[in-house]
Ligand binder design. Structure first.
Ligand code: IMO
Ligand code: MG
Length: 421
């Protein structure tokens, strides 16, 4: 039985996963985050309400939805408490709708310090991390030093916290970095008490029981395929498996339970942080995309780098994830563009290729195909038949290039600015 559908970003994050999960969650009783942590910023807008979720799954606004924070997630109790307090002020019954896996790993205040110290030491070659402690927490997970949500219930949690903190203090000695080892500790411990008021579950048993009852699950990816720790532009990546197999790992569901894989992409590209971005625009057009698309980080506020759609990268992501349907976001941002370019291949040195190169530092020059702009506002269109021909041509070209149909077109941040084909 294929009861787990996956929604994930096919680019460098910020594709619009929050909006789409919120829209789709109407049909799914269970929504689950499987990787990443508060480096994510998933924006949701309906009516006069807009909200950015960092660690809570984007199904939380739907009545009757169970939102699971899976074992693959790294979890910052302070950020979680802030987020839930805001949700409660909007009348969302958070304790009825959110459950947390015992096996999710805890982000300690000193993990964030290590993130900052490590980035500072890298100088120009820094990753551009969100500095939420993501990398150091996953390092402790795979290094078998980490603390997990389930541990907060144990009597010796305070001493285990101290032991890990002391390891971090010893590790931090190699950096010439000023910090206060006690910073945020009190607040963190208070937040841990708050977390204890939520259902803390054996996530893998919990989700499989729901599946056995016939419930369908929407697994919500964070970041994007091009930031995957294995397949992204290493080392300019995040520290988790952002591709589809991460859903199995991060929830404890079998690969055979995966059904639809919805791949979200923007009609252009953005990237925040360092690393290769072949189609990046440094000119007025890039600035126009940034302004019209409000391309500023939902988590860090940083201006996002912007550029044209990159077909080789998109095709690569479709391959890695086994995408069954595409979801296209934000084409309305290009409403008044005369021409729109799409990279269909690259020149790498003297070679022409349609593959994403291994060498992160390679000089890559995109080969572009040009399209005529549609020059009409798309954001008010609700019926596919009313879409301008030039826009339909653009979509048809993408579908043909990557071999997967575009099933949903989103033309604005609001729930109802969505066309399902
Ligand atoms: P959502 O889920 C965009 C980027 C950071 C940096 C790199 C590593 O909102 O799409 P990290 O903090 O993980 O160590 O940073 O990954 N990054 C994201 N970029 N959207 C995100 O999440 C991101 N999460 C991390 O900018 O380049
Ligand atoms: Mg983001």
């Amino acid at each position: 039985m294929k009861q787990v559908d996956v929604v994930l970003g096919l680019q460098w994050g910020d594709e619009g996963k929050g909006k789409i999960v919120d829209v789709l969650s109407e049909k799914y009783p269970v929504v689950a985050r499987f990787q990443g942590g508060p480096n994510a910023g998933h924006s949701i807008q309906f009516g006069n309400t807009s909200f950015v979720l960092h660690s809570v799954p984007s199904g939380v606004f739907r009545e009757g939805t169970v939102n699971i924070i899976g074992n693959g997630v790294v979890f910052d109790p302070i950020i979680f408490r802030e987020e839930c307090t805001q949700l409660e002020s909007l009348g969302v019954p958070v304790r009825e709708r959110i459950v947390i896996s015992k096996k999710a790993h805890l982000i300690l205040p000193t993990h964030r310090t290590i993130d900052a110290a490590s980035e500072a030491s890298k100088g120009k070659s820094k990753i551009g991390s969100t500095l939420k402690g993501i990398g150091p927490t996953y390092m402790d997970k795979t290094g078998r030093n980490g603390l997990r949500i389930g541990d907060i219930l144990s009597f010796d949690f305070p001493s285990r916290f101290e032991a890990l903190k002391n390891k971090h203090i010893a590790y931090l000695k190699q950096f010439n970095f000023q910090y206060d080892p006690e910073a945020n500790q009190e607040q963190w411990m208070e937040a841990i008490e708050y977390v204890k008021t939520f259902p803390i579950v054996d996530g893998e048993y919990y989700i499989n029981s729901l599946i056995a009852e016939g419930k369908t699950v929407l697994a919500e990816g964070a970041q994007g395929s091009m930031l995957d720790v294995d397949f992204g532009s290493y080392p300019f990546v995040t520290s988790s498996t952002t591709t589809c197999s991460g859903a199995c790992l991060g929830l404890g569901v079998a690969p055979s339970s995966i059904g639809n894989v919805f791949g979200i992409f923007k009609a252009y590209c953005t990237r925040v942080g360092s690393g290769p971005f072949p189609t990046e625009l440094f000119d007025e057009t890039g600035e126009k995309l940034r302004q019209a698309g409000h391309e500023f980080g939902a988590t860090t506020g940083r201006p996002r780098r912007t550029g044209w759609l990159d077909i080789p990268a998109l095709r690569y992501a479709v391959m890695l994830n086994g995408v069954t349907g595409l979801i296209m976001m934000k084409a309305d941002v290009m409403d008044d563009f005369d021409t729109i370019k799409v990279a269909v291949g690259y020149n790498v040195g003297s070679e022409e290729t349609d593959r994403v190169p291994y060498d992160t530092y390679a000089e890559v020059t995109p080969i572009y195909k040009e399209f005529k702009g549609w020059k009409k506002p798309l954001s008010g269109i609700r019926d596919e038949k009313e879409l301008p021909t030039e826009f339909k041509d653009y979509i048809a070209f993408i579908e043909k290039s990557v071999g997967v149909p575009v099933k949903i077109i989103s033309l604005g941040p609001d729930r109802d600015q969505t066309i399902v084909r």
